[in-house]
Design a protein around this ligand. Structure first.
Ligand code: ATP
Ligand code: MG
Length: 240
């Protein structure tokens, strides 16, 4: 494997909870190569979101090492972690964090402004991704004028518009009807083919699972099962 985009070794994560502590991750080793399409499954409370937060440099491990795109996160300060996120990662999390006073267009554009993308490219990319998630008619609406599924699609557009190296998603299709969910998955698969974007999802959605090339099962904060599909999703599609 060339340098993995994600490399975790002996990772533990403990949350203090009053006088107790919760051991959310208990010795996780995980390497993910560029261009993988990986699904993390496991029961509620098994540590999926905790793991995604570490991969997304939103939180730090209690012990063990976490390297994301070659950066060891342990000794980075907040500003450095924010730069790793900005330069490499697109987030599609359950709390969408859309900016309420901005329109759909502006919410998506904002991700590119943060990356200092020139204005001419910005407009083209923003319109294109909004079209791809099916929100062109709602481009000038604000989040509170949209349904839950539409808001989720804004969050997806915002995560993908910067063409990040890694996309982390926590139940990305939970609020979408099956057709919309599938069309967004096809869009992600194209990005995976064209840009070698790495996708790491926590989900129970069978449609997402059918796109995954690798399935990781986590239980009580440990990886229980790590299964690579024999054929890649794109090979399946091309009938190889
Ligand atoms: N900030 C926190 N403080 C204390 N405990 C926490 C915190 N976040 C998570 N936990 C605990 O850590 C464990 C793992 O939680 P996590 O959110 O990673 O589970 P999950 O697999 O994402 O579950 P779900 O499928 O319900 O989203 C749980 O026992 C949870 O209660
Ligand atoms: Mg979770």
């Amino acid at each position: 494997m060339s340098t993995p985009v994600v490399d975790l070794q002996a990772v533990h994560k403990t949350y203090p909870l009053g006088e107790y502590e919760v051991k959310a991750l208990r010795g996780v080793d995980l390497k993910i190569a560029e261009g993988e399409f990986t699904v993390i499954m496991g029961p509620s409370g098994s540590g999926k979101s905790t793991l995604l937060n570490l991969l997304g440099c939103i939180d730090l491990a209690s012990s063990g090492s976490v390297a994301v795109c070659g950066h060891d996160t342990a000794h980075k300060n907040e500003k450095e972690l924010a730069e790793i996120r900005r330069d490499n990662i697109g987030f599609i999390f359950q709390a969408f964090n859309l900016i309420p006073v901005l329109s759909v267009y502006e919410n998506v554009e904002y991700a590119l402004i943060l990356k200092k993308t020139p204005e001419a490219e910005r407009d083209e990319w923003v319109r294109q991704i909004i079209e791809q998630v099916g929100l062109t008619p709602h481009m000038h609406h604000r989040p509170n004028q949209l349904s839950g599924g539409q808001r989720q699609r804004v969050a997806i557009a915002r995560a993908l518009v910067t063409r990040p190296r890694i996309v982390l998603a926590d139940e990305p299709t939970a609020n979408l009807d099956s057709e919309t969910g599938k069309s967004i998955l096809r869009l992600m698969q194209q990005m995976n083919d064209i840009y070698k974007t790495t996708f790491i999802f926590a989900t129970h959605d069978p449609d997402v699972l059918s796109f995954a090339r690798r399935t990781i099962r986590i239980h009580d904060g440990k990886i229980e099962h790590d299964h690579a599909a024999k054929k890649t999703a794109s090979a399946r599609r091309k009938g190889k």
